[in-house]
Design a protein around this ligand. Structure first.
Ligand code: ZN
Length: 99
């Protein structure tokens, strides 16, 4: 099935192959080297838009961007909701009910 995620994954593979051909390197392409899309559009595989990065550098870049856009209040709210549901779970199945 062709999902938007599959299309993105296929486009990323095409980007990697295009860059490999451009750099005249062949498989295996090191797994710890990622191809980053500078404009964040995984479908824009123009060579100017592609950048090689170490996997750690790449993950760090996107993590920083993600956390910069996350609404902290919303995150706190979600964590509190999660904690609340864990407490409900604990109160239902926790030690006090096993006595
Ligand atoms: Zn990237």
């Amino acid at each position: 099935m062709t999902t938007p995620e599959n299309k993105k994954a296929y486009s990323r593979i095409k980007a990697r192959r295009k860059l490999m051909a451009h750099l005249n390197v062949s498989e295996p392409f090191p797994a710890n080297i990622h191809v980053h899309h500078k404009d964040r559009n995984p479908f824009n595989n123009d060579l100017d838009n592609l950048q090689l990065m170490s996997s750690s550098e790449h993950i760090s870049l996107h993590s920083r961007e993600y956390w910069a856009t996350v609404d902290n209040k919303d995150t706190t709210k979600r964590l509190l909701n999660r904690l609340e549901s864990l407490l409900v779970c604990f109160n239902t199945f926790g030690p006090s009910n096993n006595i």
